[in-house]
Structures are given as structure tokens and as C-alpha cells.
Design a protein around this ligand. Structure first.
Ligand code: FMN
Length: 350
């Protein structure tokens, strides 16, 4: 899969507003561009003369075996790009042996994703809404539907300013709704306007205590997503996080923040072996996956490329993105003399 061609082809199929909503970032999109560029600034230091006739990409996340260190990041509103929406993406992830992270603002509900893909390994991305009862309602539904982790997004005290969305007037077309948020209160439907949603859903008063609060309400492990600093990561782990996901929301929140590639090593060092560390943002090549593992991530998560695959060819298109990235990663392992994820150590990058 040529990701640039895949994006171009998705663009042709989508409205300009939808394409720009997905492709875009905040303000001047400095971080958006740097997320991709930063990985390539790390030079690989390959071993030679290792027997790489077989390489093993398998790993485990939160104690569960996975086919590869490549998983699906939460992104909103998949029915914008394909009628099957998140059911198709979840199917693609399951076929690739990857985790599928369902966004709070998915267009297929928690229950319908579980029903459509019972064999999948689903995680639920949670915003701690200002309305804590609504938050608990979502958590309980994810648990009941068999989701196996909560991904608490913490880089959204308010929504970043996405100038492209202002220019195109992006809004959800009729019939495409945040499926999880319907029916909590009789007679009330959550706004489908992104900015209004953020104003009611995001809680700018949130502190690290939210992690302990959430733990009291769930038996699921908590992944804290959106951390860029070692001190914050250590605080999240001390508060009970099982994993930390280095992320800047794909460059969609504070513009000018460091690329996730550049934040990763500090976070990994601060967390040590007390929790797992993941990363997302700008992963486009198998060699990026190798760099991420070498810089201390246990796994990577991919956002936009999966949506481009979904837009082009539904579940098959999204699966091809994941399996091709895994094949590229296997080749990068071989060319770097690395036989397993455990062997992808910090000596491989400089
Ligand atoms: C269209 C779009 C919607 C997103 N929606 C969410 C979301 O609902 N929740 C969340 O935690 N992150 C969301 N993200 C951020 C992604 O989870 C992830 O951090 C980012 O896309 C990774 O970067 P990449 O797209 O370069 O792979 C979204 C990103 C995009 C592009």
C-alpha cells in the first residue's frame, strides 16, 4: 500500500470538508507535519550477520498476545468515510490481529461493534465528560460489551483550533451521529457540532485524580493517552494507569508541541517497567515502527492511514493498511538484524 496514493484516492471519494477534517491539524499544522518528519530524523544503526531468516513480530499488550506491535488509534466518526463505519474498522483490526480502539464519538455504538466483531480485541477511548454520570454510563457499557481496556484521552481540556474545519464549515451530515451518546437522557441528543460537543463534553477542570476516580468505577486497565512529558507520565502511573500513550492527538490540539517521536524516550525512561508505553502520531513506515520500539514503545497506534484505507475499500482497505505496515516492519526488522520486538533496543537508533 502506497499511503500517499491511498490518501489521494480517499480524497477523491470524500467531500472536501470530510477530507480536511481528517487530514488537518490545529492552527498552523506545525506539529502535524513534524509528527511525520521526526521519525525520519532518527538514524537506524542496523546489525549485520544475524540470522534473520525468520522474524517474530508478536508481542503482548496488557497481558494479551497480539500479532504485531501495530494497533488502531481512536478516531471519530468512521461512517463519514464508509457506510459500515467502525464495524468495518474493527473487523479489519481483528483480521490483522490488532487492537481496535473505539472512539467515544464513534458512529457505530459500543454494543454494535461488539456484536459485529465478537472475535475482536476492542479498547474503548473515553473522554471524562463534565457529566460524570454519562462517563460512568459509557464505562459500564464498554465493560458489559466485553471491551478490554479504557483509553483515557487527556490532551483535550478544550478543543484545539482546527482552521480547516472553520474554512470548510465541517459538520456531521444528517444520519451520521455520535452513536454512543444517544439515549442517555430521555429527549436529549448530544450536539453533532464538534465545537459544541467539546464545550459540553470536555472537562477543563480534570486533574490526575480522574485516574483514581475512574479506577473506582471499573475493573478494566486504564491507558492514559496524550502524554508528552516524563513527569506527567510518572504521575499517571502513580495514579494507577496501566499504560501511557505518547500522543499529541495527531497534531490537532496544541500546535507547536514536540513530535511524539521526540517525546517518547523521556516518557519511556520515566515510566520504566512500571507500566507499558505506546506511541501514536506520524507512523507511516515499517521503519518508523522499528524506531518507535527502539525509542521505548511497546506498540504503536495508527490513525489517519487506517481511515484512508477504510474510505477506499472498507474493512479490506483498512486491513491492508495494517497488514502491509506489518510486512514492512518485518522487512525493517530483517534489514536491521532484529528478530523480535524484544530485540529492538535503544542501540538501534541515534
Ligand atoms: C479524524 C481524527 C479523529 C480523531 N478522533 C479522536 C478521538 O475521538 N479520540 C482520541 O482520543 N483521539 C482522536 N484522534 C487522535 C488519534 O487517536 C491519534 O492520536 C492520531 O490520529 C495519531 O496520528 P496519525 O493520524 O498521524 O497516525 C483523532 C485523529 C483524527 C485524525
Amino acid at each position: 500500500v502506497d499511503l500517499a496514493a491511498l490518501e489521494a484516492s480517499a480524497r477523491e471519494r470524500l467531500s472536501e470538508a470530510t477530507y480536511s477534517y481528517i487530514a488537518g491539524g490545529a492552527d498552523d499544522e506545525l506539529t502535524l507535519a513534524d509528527n511525520v518528519a521526526a521519525w525520519s530524523r532518527y538514524r537506524l544503526r542496523p546489525h549485520v550477520l544475524r540470522d534473520v531468516s525468520t522474524v517474530d513480530l508478536t508481542t503482548s499488550l496488557l497481558g494479551t498476545p497480539m500479532s504485531s506491535p501495530i494497533q488502531v488509534a481512536p478516531t471519530a466518526y468512521h461512517r463519514l468515510v464508509h457506510p459500515d463505519g467502525e464495524a468495518a474498522t474493527a473487523k479489519a483490526a481483528a483480521a490483522a490481529g490488532s487492537v481496535f480502539t473505539l472512539s467515544t464519538v464513534s458512529t457505530v455504538s459500543i454494543e454494535d461493534v461488539a456484536k459485529a466483531v465478537p472475535e475482536g480485541r476492542h479498547w474503548f477511548q473515553l473522554y471524562v465528560h463534565s457529566d460524570r454520570d454519562l462517563t460512568i454510563w459509557l464505562v459500564q457499557r464498554a465493560e458489559a460489551a466485553g471491551f478490554s481496556a479504557l483509553v483515557l484521552t487527556v490532551d483535550t481540556p478544550v478543543i484545539g483550533r482546527r482552521r480547516r474545519d472553520g474554512a470548510t464549515g465541517f459538520s456531521l451530515p444528517p444520519g451520521i451521529e455520535p452513536a454512543n451518546l444517544i439515549g442517555f437522557r430521555e429527549g436529549r441528543t448530544e450536539s453533532t457540532n464538534l465545537v459544541d460537543f467539546a464545550a459540553t463534553a470536555f472537562d477543563p477542570s480534570l486533574t490526575v485524580d480522574a485516574i483514581g476516580w475512574l479506577r473506582e468505577h471499573t475493573r478494566l486497565p486504564i491507558v492514559v493517552k496524550g502524554v508528552l512529558r516524563g513527569d506527567d507520565a510518572a504521575a499517571c502511573v502513580a495514579a494507577g494507569a496501566s499504560a501511557v500513550q505518547v500522543s499529541n492527538h495527531g497534531g490537532r490540539q496544541l500546535d507547536g508541541v514536540l513530535a511524539t517521536a521526540d517525546a517518547l524516550a523521556e516518557v519511556a525512561a520515566a515510566v520504566g517497567d512500571r507500566a507499558e508505553v505506546y506511541v501514536d502520531g506520524g507512523i507511516r513506515r515499517g521503519s518508523d515502527v522499528l524506531r518507535a520500539l527502539a525509542l521505548g514503545a511497546r506498540s504503536v497506534f495508527v490513525g489517519r492511514p487506517v481511515l484512508w484505507g477504510l474510505a477506499n475499500n472498507g474493512a479490506d482497505g483498512a486491513r491492508a493498511v495494517l497488514t502491509d505496515l506489518a510486512a514492512e516492519t518485518a522487512r525493517a526488522f530483517q534489514l536491521a538484524g532484529v528478530r523480535s520486538c524484544a530485540e529492538a533496543g535503544s542501540d538501534l537508533v541515534s
